[in-house]
Ligand binder design. Structure first.
Ligand code: GTP
Ligand code: MG
Length: 136
């Protein structure tokens, strides 16, 4: 089955939305949780994860925000799960995200957009190795 790396960001944990979001993922047919951990992400891990964005104006505040409290880091597996979790999350800007999506239902601020999900098979492999080196 396909696998993807999902992070429920510190805003989702602080706001008590992890159960709601995990519930949406779990209720999709034939998807399941393959790994799950509550973890405060350190700078070195985040620099690896967000390497593609280094140098962009939003990079520093993004890394700071992502290290600001615990996240829920997980691997989700199942049918077309990479595309599927991206669809469930909605587009990056929560105001542009349709109601019904996680970002559309709960977000307003671009940086604090609740959830990360791998955007391709290559990203999923790369990111699973960063967060669960013994797992992949
Ligand atoms: P992720 O699943 O978190 O990777 O989101 P994404 O793939 O929808 O967005 P992208 O990888 O382009 O950017 C990573 C994260 O950086 C986003 O989720 C936002 O939290 C933040 N971000 C991206 N673009 C902007 C921006 O223009 N302004 C700000 N403030 N934050 C941004
Ligand atoms: Mg991304």
């Amino acid at each position: 089955p396909q696998r993807t790396l999902v992070i429920l960001k510190p805003d989702a944990v602080r706001r008590g939305l992890t159960g709601e979001i995990i519930g949406r993922i779990e209720r999709k047919a034939d998807w399941s949780l393959a790994a799950l951990e509550l973890r405060t992400l350190d700078r070195a891990t985040l620099e690896q994860h967000y390497a593609e964005h280094e140098g962009r104006p939003f990079y520093e505040p993004l890394v700071e925000f992502m290290a600001s409290g615990p996240s829920v880091v997980m691997v989700v597996e199942g049918e077309r799960v990479i595309e599927g979790v991206r669809a469930l999350a909605g587009p990056t800007d929560p105001i542009a995200a349709a109601p019904g999506s996680v970002r559309g239902d709960f977000g307003t601020i671009v940086r604090e957009n609740l959830i990360h999900a791998s955007d391709s098979e290559e990203s999923a492999e790369r990111e699973m190795k960063i967060f669960f080196p013994s797992f992949a």
